[in-house]
Design a binder for this molecule. Sequence first.
Ligand SMILES: Cc1ncc(COP(=O)(O)O)c(C=O)c1O
Length: 358
Amino acid sequence: MFFQHNFYAGPGALPNSVLAKIEKELRSYQNSGMSIMEFSHRSPQVVDVINDTVARFKKYLKLDDAWELILLQGGGSMQFLMAPYNLSKPGERIDYIDTGYWTQRAIHEAKDCERDLQIIADGAADKYHVLPDLEGIDTNTGARYLHICSNNTVVGTQWHEFPKVDTPLVVDASSDLLAREFDLSKVNMLYAHAQKNVGLAGITVVAVRKSALLQPESLPDMLCYQPHIDKLSNYHTPPVFSIYVTNLMQKWLEEEIGGVEAIAEINLQKAKHLYDVIDSSKSFECPVKISDRSTMNVVFTTGDDARDQAFIDYCAERHIIGVAGHRTHKGLRASLYNAVTPEDVTALVACIEGFDAT
Ligand SMILES: Cc1ncc(COP(=O)(O)O)c(C=O)c1O
C-alpha cells in the first residue's frame, strides 16, 4: 500500500525536505566521502553536530546559564526513572498529576526508587478526557517536585498552561516539545523523546535546572545526569544518526517554518480545522473537554468499534495511515506533529466528510 499522509502518534512524520537532505547526504556527509553513520563519535564532524543540536535546543527553549541540556538514550521512559533519582533523595516525596496512560507509566517506573510517590489529582472520573481541576486541592505538600505530562498522547489532552503551583514542576513534554512555546519559570526539568516533533527515536532531550540537581545516592554513572553533562552528551557512544536527523529537523523548523512560535500557530490552525469538522459531523465525536483538547493528538470516535475500523480502512484506501487510537484506548486518533502539513489535515478532513456522507 502507498501512504501519503502520516498521522501516526510516534514515531511520526518527517518533513519531505529533511528526508531529501538525508538521502542526498547519506553516502557522503558534507562531501567527505563517508556517511555520518561511519564517523567516530569523537570526530570533529560528529562533535559539531551534537554541540549544534544542544545549542539549538537551548536557544529554542530560551534556556539561560541556570540550565543544563543533555541528549540521552532510553526514550521518555528512562526519564520516568532518572528524574526521581537525580532530583530527589530516598524517602522524599514526589507528587504526580495522573492524566492517563503516560503519567501512570511514569509512576510505575519510579515505584522502586524508594521515594514517597503521591498522586495529588487525577482525571479518572472523566476517563482522563478532562484535566484535573486543582481548585481545592492542597498542592503545597512539601514534595521535591510535581510531575506532569504536558501533552497526553493517548487521551488527547494538553496543559495549555502549566498548573500554577508552588512546587517546582518536572514536565514530560515528549509529545509537544518544539511544537509550542513553554513557560519554564516554574519548571525544574523538562524532558522529551525526539521521535514525535523533533527528530528520530534514539535520543531524549533533558533540560534541567542546575540548582535542582542533587548528588544521587550510590547509582551507576549511566543513570546520573552529571557524567552526561560533564561529557557534553558524549559520555558513551551516542546515536549519531538520530542526532544528525534531529539537527536537520531543527534547521528545517528554523529556516523553513520560522521557529517555534510559527509552528505553534500552524499547529493551532491544523487542530482547529480537524476539531471543527469532527464537531460538526454526524458520524464522529471528540470526547475531550474543549478547553483541554490537544493540538497534537486529536482523539475521536464513531462510538462503535466496527465503524471506527471501517473508517481506518476508508482512510487507508485514500493513502492515509496512523488514525487508529492507542491500543489501550481504541477509537480513533490523528496526530498532528510538526511535520504533518495543513494539506495532510485537509486530506483527512475530506475523508471525514466523505465517510460522514456514506
Ligand atoms: C507523553 C509520552 N511520554 C513518554 C512516552 C514514552 O516514550 P518512549 O517510548 O520513548 O520511552 C511516550 C510515548 O509515546 C509519550 O507519548
